[in-house]
Write a new protein. Structure first.
Lengths: 431, 263
């Protein structure tokens, strides 16, 4: 086949949500003598094309226009200006439970979803058994959809959508619902669709999904295209920008990260901020005052890659004198499982006595392990005593969260390192 | 998609949506779809009581028809089809907003499917009418075969007006509040409780201007098998469905792009 037309072409796409006319607002506008400002554009002049058969990731914080873009691509919404061309049959997983009739049985809903996606009735009917099989709903497939849990709804919607043999599949966050087993099955199916040449657009906040599926990522911000590029680079910048900004939807993100002054070689620059406090406990004889994750150069590090030097800095101040202070942290994954923990005593660097009012900063420098991509949290603590008998002075759960990107760890929790593979082949006639 | 395939798909969608709407209206009811008949039969009993004993209506000048019950029934079948569809229309899109926003569902399929569902209810009523007629030992005229056609015409008028109302009702939410009282007024200036000839004596223009008058009159004539409505009314019965559908579709087309935003 010669050069194929792109599966998706978007030209100067604008979308403003209009608000309903209201007499009261007109009066107010007249009294103030000026027209109302137009609504903020949800999409402001997007332009891009997606090659047929490729997978495009969409990232951006809430309100950046991802869902609006998907809705327009799905054909449910009209753009205010510009146009979006989608070639071929499209299936969409945008809103949970969209088009599902709560009173009708799962099988009937699957038929309707198939029709909505553009498949014919007979085509969908012939797929019903496969849909039931794939969804794993079993007997519930014939029960009314109102009896379904949200996970079951996703199973139904996803199964129906992928069995319509779409040319373009639009997915919005939907994969994050449903249990782990079904997610695995979905991911497998998405891979199969990719191999069959289906074009996929995936909007998600999950960096590992982007890294493992997408050929290209668009980073949207305030309805504009901020970066268009290869997943690894875009995600790194994206997460760095994310970490430096606590998440006000109105502020413009601007990434120039403040470069901290290069510290003297043996000086630890104190951390003076606690980005997050999920839960805090301790007797209060000392308080954690800050935690930071820094690169070797001393600048804030939001997304370390495996092998990168990562410095965990914890600053604490004593309110009463601590004879034998211990400072440490616990590292958790996004599900809260403890991956590791360490402290100054454990590492063989017992700390000196800390008098009331004194402040101490400790830096743990480590090589970031080859964890799979994901978010990781640090919970710092200060205690007084010895390893197996101490009083907890202050403990903060999940004080700082970072995102790590690992392109090489495709399966499981981490990539095995230094794996040597040997192989022996024995030829012979079968017994 | 070729035009033939896309129109086939449209028909298929309307069929599924109509089925969904029809079963949805009565699902969970103890008596299923037969409960669709309960409320109208109650209305019928009350109207019949009021207008045969309290305020007798002359069906033909000078004649108090003993068969007023059937007369009323025939009129109500037509009126209810229309009122059922149009009263639901203004909120129709808002109720399926999640469906509409993120799929390629052609919006207009919803009001059309709603009219189809009302048509099915109407057919159910016709069956009851025929059953009652036979039970009372009354003959059925051959004209009765025309009744489904008249009902189809009513469904077309309803679909056209529902398309317009669904679109306007989405843009201006106030419309949903206005439709029920307007339908209440419409009921009394339509030839449901009385024959069209009574209205024609006073203000004939009300009959021609009424989208359903001609159709209800035709429906009743074919059900009761007694003569035909005037040629003007017959002409109305043909012209109104076409006009309403054309108007509804055009208006819908014009505002279509703005509808989804308001959901």
């Amino acid at each position: 086949m010669s050069e194929r037309a792109p599966a998706i072409e978007v030209r100067d796409l604008w979308k403003r949500y209009s608000s309903p006319p209201s007499f009261g607002r007109v009066l107010r506008a007249l009294r103030q003598g000026r027209r109302e400002p137009p609504a903020r554009a949800a999409l402001a002049g997007l332009c891009f094309a997606v090659r047929s058969g490729s997978t495009l990731g969409l990232v951006g914080r809430n309100g950046s226009g991802k869902t609006t873009l998907l809705r327009i691509l799905a054909g449910g919404m009209q753009p205010t200006r510009g146009d979006a061309v989608v070639r071929g049959r499209r299936a969409s997983l945008i809103e949970l439970g969209a088009g599902i009739d709560p009173e009708a049985a799962g099988s009937r809903n699957a038929l309707l979803l198939g029709l909505l996606a553009g498949a014919s009735r007979s085509e969908t009917e012939s797929q019903l058994e496969a849909i039931r099989e794939f969804s794993g709903l079993g007997r519930a497939f014939e029960a009314p959809a109102r009896t379904y849990s949200s996970g079951m709804l996703v199973r139904l919607a996803f199964s129906a959508a992928v069995h319509t043999t779409p040319d373009v599949l639009l997915v919005d966050e939907a994969l994050s619902v449903g249990d782990a087993f079904f997610q695995q099955r979905c991911l497998l199916r998405i891979r199969q669709l990719q191999e069959k040449g289906c074009t996929i657009v995936l909007a998600t906040h999950d960096p590992s999904a982007i890294l493992s599926f997408c050929d290209r990522v668009l980073w949207l911000e305030h309805g504009r295209l901020r970066v268009d590029g290869a997943p690894a680079g875009v995600m790194r910048d994206y997460m760095a920008a994310h970490a430096s900004d606590p998440g006000n939807l109105e502020t413009e993100l601007d990434p120039p990260l403040p470069e901290a002054a290069t510290p003297a070689a043996d000086q630890v620059v104190p951390a003076d901020r606690i980005p997050n406090v999920d839960h805090r406990h301790g007797d209060g004889r000392a308080r954690i005052e800050g935690i930071a994750i820094r690169s070797a150069a001393g600048s804030p590090l939001a997304s370390p890659v495996p092998g990168e030097l990562t410095c965990v800095v914890i600053t604490a101040r004593a309110r009463e004198t601590l004879e034998r202070p211990i400072i440490g942290f616990t590292l958790r994954d996004r599900l809260g499982a403890i991956l590791s923990a360490t402290n100054t005593t454990h590492e063989g660097r017992p700390l000196p006595r800390l008098a009331a009012g004194e402040r101490m900063s400790v830096e743990f420098a480590l090589r970031w392990p080859p964890f799979a991509s994901g978010s990781f949290s640090f919970s710092p603590a200060i205690a007084d005593g010895v390893l197996d008998r101490h009083a907890m002075n202050d403990w903060i759960d999940n004080a700082i969260v970072i995102e790590s990107v690992n392109q090489h760890a495709r399966y499981g929790w981490l990539r095995l390192e230094n794996v040597a593979v040997r192989c022996a082949l024995e030829r012979g006639s079968p017994p | 998609m070729s035009p033939i395939r896309s129109s086939l798909r449209y028909v298929e969608l309307v069929r599924m949506l109509a089925h969904r709407e029809f079963t949805g209206r009565y699902r969970g009811n103890l008596f299923g779809a037969s409960s669709a008949l309960v409320v109208p039969v109650l209305f019928l009993l009350v109207y019949a009581f009021v207008f045969t004993t309290l305020i007798p209506v002359e069906v033909k000048p000078g004649v108090r028809d003993p068969g007023y019950g059937f007369f009323l029934f025939a009129g109500l079948v037509g009126w209810n089809l229309f009122a059922d569809t149009t009263s639901r229309a203004p909120r129709l899109y808002a109720q399926s907003s999640s469906l509409v926003r993120s799929s390629m569902l052609p919006l207009s399929a919803l009001p059309v499917a709603s009219a189809c569902a009302s048509f099915l209810t109407g057919m159910l009523w016709l069956a009851v009418f025929v059953g009652l007629r036979l039970w009372r030992g009354e003959a059925l005229a051959a004209q009765i075969l025309l009744a489904p056609v008249a009902l189809l015409g009513l469904a077309a008028v309803s679909a056209g007006i529902a398309l317009a109302l669904a679109a306007i009702g989405t843009l201006l939410r106030d419309v949903a509040e206005l439709v029920p009282p307007l339908l209440g007024l419409g009921f009394f200036i339509s030839p449901v409780l009385y024959p069209a000839s009574r209205l024609a004596e006073h203000s004939a223009w009300l009959l021609t201007a009424n989208p359903v008058a001609g159709l209800i009159e035709t429906l009743r004539a074919s059900l009761l098998g007694d003569g035909w409505p005037s040629p003007e009314l017959l002409l109305c019965a043909v012209a109104w469905p076409c006009a309403a559908l054309a108007f509804g579709l055009l208006l819908h087309q014009r505002v279509h792009a703005r509808l989804v935003d308001r959901l």
